[in-house]
Design a protein around this ligand. Sequence first.
Ligand code: GDG
Length: 487
Amino acid sequence: MNRLIVVSNRLPFALDSTGEDLWTVTPAAGGLVSAVEPVLRERGGIWIGWPGIAGNIPKRPFAEATRDAGYKVVPVALSETERDEFYYGYSNEVIWPLFHDLQNFCSFDPAFWETYKTVNVRYADAIADCAHADDFIWVHDYHLMYAGQALRERSVRAALTFFLHIPFPPYDIFSKLPQQQRLLRALLQFDFLGFQTRRDLRNFVGCVRRVMMEAKAVARRDLQLVRFEKREIRLGHFPIGIDFDSFEKGATSEVVVQRSQQLRANFPGCQLVLGVDRLDYSKGIPERLRAYRDALERHPELRGRVVLIQVVVPSRVEIPRYHEFKQRIDRLVGDINGRFSTSNWLPVQYHFRSLGREDLLAHYRGCDIAFVTPLKDGMNLVAKEYCACRIDENGVLILSHFAGAAEQLKTGALLVNPYDVEEVADTILKAFRMTDADRTARMKRMRRVVREENVFRWVDSFLSAGSQLARRVPSRQRNLRRRIPSM
Ligand code: GDG
């Protein structure tokens, strides 16, 4: 087995200073970490990433935070300006909104791109410093799309692979990006590119066809190929999964069972509807609240008989748009509770904080309906985690058509268009009224998919498709020493 080097913008924890020489270590929330951490912990390797603080990385706290990781951790440092222009700027104010089809939310500041490249080069240097020729380098996500080019310029001989966790937009949207050609050229320096869904893969190939005239896309039955600059780049779709067994086992633990019973006991006679999301406009939280309000307005049988528990995990609050977005959510929650609550019923329970793992599992186990309605999402692991925790084979999943997970869970979930307030409102009623037999039949189907197509299978299929390539690459591509000029 080749040594695995995982590279992502963030490490699976964040360091934070709480005073002179006092540090806290917070486990990172988010899909990438939930998926990749258990894999690296199990098979060892190296994780390269940023520990979340601007400036110098304090040696002792970093060593303490990583001592028991089970794999080597290599930090990449970012200055405050780099954090602002690379992380908040290009990554989260250009690529993130654009790739989620929300082009009006983009700030196309040219300085962001320059810093994006600088930081990607630094990651490439960190990789080049520790990589051997037979390593498997696995770069993750939209923050590091330029790293392939920087690695190619450094003649790194290991297999260069990349996985995009977020969606890839269609050409009409991608073409708004000022650096469209430079970005595609950089991505095509990887040997192997993975996407979440068929749709993302198709969009990527469509963009390559339209933007990179000198590239040739060839469809093969199993994998797609692009020929570019005398190299062959292989592409595939690999829907990310979860560690099903660990969620299922966690959901049966005594403390989780107790807490889920307690949760239910707090709302006697009510069905509980659960939303759990990072604070992000792509997750469709205001649209969901409006649909819930509409459901309460038009379907009085729901009043006093459902409670929406909406957990919003603080995220990127330094970006003004996220701050305004939180205020919108606060106002909507206030409006719904103000309009509908009675002396013994509050329609929305709103938590703006992260839940501990046991509480999260207790919520999955205790809530009758999961309400997962992103405007667009690469995959959405919350939907899968909910199914894994429903060991009683009960529970309804209301799921957006535009979540990558819809492709796999469509046979069991109630699929909705999150922009269609009335349809979503009616679907809440449908979920509320659904018989136990129907719930069980649907949940069984979804659990089967989530169990089988789990995170280990995701890693295996990505690594095995990638290592076929690693065996093929040395003679032809890895010896290619031509330097590609920076753009
Ligand atoms: C990106 C893509 C893709 C959430 N709240 C709490 C908590 N979480 C954990 C969940 C889940 C993860 O965070 C969220 O994952 P998602 O997939 O829903 O979303 P993103 O963070 O946007 O992830 C996404 C993913 O990458 C993987 O490829 O699916 O489309 O956007 O694992 O459990 N965890 C805890 N407390 C919380 O309150 N402990």
